[in-house]
Design a protein around this ligand. Structure first.
Ligand SMILES: Cc1ncc(Cn2nnc(CCOP(=O)(O)OP(=O)(O)O)c2C)c(N)n1
Length: 563
């Protein structure tokens, strides 16, 4: 068998740990898809469309560390741009690979199908450059290895997405074989002088402080320093809070854990700890309009030691030339004990059990889902009140929560959980998604039926865009109602001649008792997804959503600066 450009790509994807890659066929990528299958190493998983394909890769990367999606030129790739944007915003290394026009067409004056009808095809590459850390176009086998290695090495180092387009007549062209994968993982060595200076300045800052606290931020997982953060918290003995988008990045059973800090909508006691501290160690925070509650709560300034993925800022000075992980390890070695602010025990908000015969409430639904979440569960929470329901849950050790609070593309959670469940079949997967979001990517549940993923989907049918209603209401926030549970009947048609793909289960829950019964059935459905449609009153949402929504609306309505 001739070793080809497509084989090279497949071997590199396998070497970096991808057991699967996602794909949607298109005539520009069919030969490439054949090469990837022929080389093996990563199994080809199909999606209903390229938006879902790119989000499935994003979800796979959340569990696996990296991922790949293969789509066709222009009509496919431009849909997948949304997944690239989301992966960029959420710091996830996915590689989107687009089939591309025959290398002979460039400069030929040919107008090609699936393009915008001009004779220039570089517009896609130009678009991709804005939402990736590396982007390359392969039009010859000779240059393919360097370009493939460049985009993979860069995405792994930067924890950002990358883009590759391969001319359709080059995928099966003969190619040299790759060397060791270690060259793709190389990181620059830390600058010791800067690391020491940052450490000395930070120790001086902490030694003077009495009430020290840690705030775990959004980018800490991408900085690969979750374990190191626990070690720092153990050494300091101080309270630890997490930002909403970092929920589950720090174990909630840890003696120092004190809830979620989200300004005025923080967990009880968390706001006082952070805003009352005289030294806050902020680890990889992202302060956007959502996380700061409409710019009202940003933790920054002279009381803050801010540790970003590649920079430390403290006492009005800034230091770089090393990674967050290296700095946190060095700080832990010399950090003083600072347990003065750790008073009392953490008291999570435990929701009371409702009367099972009463109409299902948001609190009762959240209470039962929280009970379902164990140490081996990955809980996906979609944009909407699902965010606030996940944030208020109390997690057992090992539980993970996945959100997309920076990009916030409604519907992201369905394909992303599909990808995540594909990457981590040993874990349980639970999704909370509103009816509005679900309508954007609902068809990907059919792929969960096809691949027999035993995930549980809580479809929160509160009849509209409740998060938008909380921010700013209008007729545009009300949607066509579906019989969401009945979709499973539609998706269960299976693959002709095959036994698989027929085990989706759709259930309705209008009371606490019906929900409990549905969850019991879902736990027994091991050969496919279970969608439980939870009927809630539109006004029944968390108070934190309403309060936060008002703050975001106020931020959106700021008057233009008068010149
Ligand atoms: C692709 C995309 N288009 C529009 C929006 C704006 N948006 N954000 N949240 C929503 C509504 C979410 O409604 P649901 O999923 O029903 O969730 P709830 O808020 O819990 O009712 C919209 C329409 C968005 N965030 N992403």
């Amino acid at each position: 068998m001739t070793y080809t450009v497509g084989h090279y790509l497949a071997e590199r994807l396998t070497q970096i740990g991808l057991k699967h890659h996602f794909a949607v066929a298109g005539d520009y990528n069919l030969v490439l898809l054949d090469q990837l299958i022929e080389q093996g190493g990563t199994k080809q998983i199909y999606d209903c469309n390229e938006l879902n394909c790119s989000f499935a890769a994003e979800g796979y990367a959340r569990a696996n560390g990296a991922a790949a999606a293969v789509i066709t030129f222009s009509v496919g790739a431009i849909s997948a741009m949304n997944g690239l944007g989301g992966a960029y915003a959420e710091n996830l290394p996915i590689l989107v690979i687009s089939g591309a026009p025959n290398s002979n067409d460039h400069g030929s004056g040919h107008v090609l199908h699936h393009t915008i009808g001009t004779t220039e095809y570089s517009y896609q590459m130009e678009m991709a450059k804005h939402v990736t850390c590396a982007a390359e176009s392969i039009t010859s086998a000779e240059t393919a290895p360097a370009k493939i290695d460049h985009v993979i090495r860069t995405m792994l180092r930067e924890k950002k997405p990358a883009y590759l387009e391969i001319a359709c007549n080059i995928s099966a062209a003969p190619c040299v074989r790759p060397g060791p994968v270690s060259s793709l993982h190389a990181h620059p060595r830390p600058d010791e002088a800067s690391l020491k200076a940052a450490l000395d300045e930070s120790l001086g800052f902490l030694t003077k402080a009495n009430k020290v606290a840690i705030l775990v931020g959004t980018k800490l997982r991408a900085a690969e320093a979750l374990k190191e953060t626990i070690e720092l918290a153990d050494k300091l003995g101080c309270p630890v809070t997490v930002m909403a988008a970092a929920k589950s990045y720090f174990p909630e059973t840890h003696p120092g854990f004190r809830g979620v800090y989200w300004g005025d909508v923080s967990s009880p006691g968390a706001q006082e700890i952070i805003e009352g501290a005289d030294a806050v160690i902020c680890l990889a925070p992202v302060w956007n309009d959502y996380s700061s509650g409409g710019w009202k709560s940003i933790v920054r300034g002279e009381k803050v030691l801010e540790v970003d993925p590649d920079r430390v800022t403290v006492n009005g000075k800034t230091f770089d030339g090393f990674r967050l992980k290296e700095f946190v390890k060095a700080l832990t070695e010399k950090a003083p004990k600072k347990s003065a602010a750790l008073t009392g025990a953490y008291k999570p908000v435990m929701l009371p059990k409702a009367d099972p015969a009463k109409p299902l409430s948001n609190d009762e639904m959240t209470r039962q889902i929280n009970e379902l979440v164990d140490g081996n569960t990955t809980l996906f929470a979609e944009t909407g009140d699902s965010w606030f329901n996940a944030v208020r849950m109390h997690l057992p050790e090992g539980a993970k929560v996945e959100t997309e609070m920076q990009w916030g593309h409604i519907g992201w959670s369905v394909p992303s959980m599909f990808g995540n469940a594909t990457a981590s079949p040993e874990r349980k997967h639970v999704l909370m998604v509103g009816d509005g979001s679900f309508q954007l990517t609902a068809q990907e549940v059919a792929q969960m039926v096809r691949y027999e993923l035993p995930v549980i989907i809580f479809l929160v049918n509160n009849h509209g865009y409740v998060i938008e209603i909380a921010i700013h209401d209008g007729p545009y926030n009300y949607i066509q109602n579906w019989d969401y549970a009945a979709l499973m009947q539609c998706f269960n048609q299976g693959v002709p001649g095959e036994e698989s793909g027929k085990y989706g289960l759709g259930l309705h829950a209008t009371t606490g008792a019906e929900l409990a019964e549905a969850i019991a059935k879902a736990k027994k459905n091991t050969r496919g997804p279970t969608l439980i449609e939870c009927k809630l009153d539109r006004t029944d949402c968390t108070k934190t959503l309403v309060e936060w929504g008002k703050a975001v609306a106020a931020a959106n309505s700021r008057k233009p600066q008068s010149v």
